[in-house]
Ligand binder design. Structure first.
Ligand code: SF4
Length: 93
């Protein structure tokens, strides 16, 4: 019996992967060659019910490659940098 998303999230941190829209999709879409389009992968992500969990996992774990949560490596790096700056500002207060 398949668990619901809420049940899965309550059990373990990676359970969200059971609900990913990219399961069975062509991995090359999500890990494209440099300069290749990421549009198709991002459109799959935008309809994925675990996009938020996926993106957070990739940011926190420092995933350096591929499309995760609808964002590219560069887009995730920008978020990490912004979070880092915000954390340093909070510490300085
Ligand atoms: S957000 Fe995208 S990469 Fe993440 S699980 Fe969903 S479809 Fe896959």
């Amino acid at each position: 019996m398949q668990r619901t998303l809420i049940e899965a999230l309550a059990v373990d941190d990676l359970a969200w992967q059971d609900f990913s829209s990219c399961r069975g999709a062509d991995a090359d879409l999500f890990f494209p060659e440099r300069g290749a389009s990421t549009r198709k992968a991002k459109s799959i992500c935008m309809a994925c019910e675990v996009r938020v969990e996926c993106l957070e996992f990739a940011i926190v774990s420092g995933e350096k490659f591929g499309i995760w949560g609808g964002l590219s490596e560069r887009e995730r790096r920008k978020i990490r940098k912004e979070r880092s700056i915000a954390a340093r500002r909070r510490e300085a207060v």
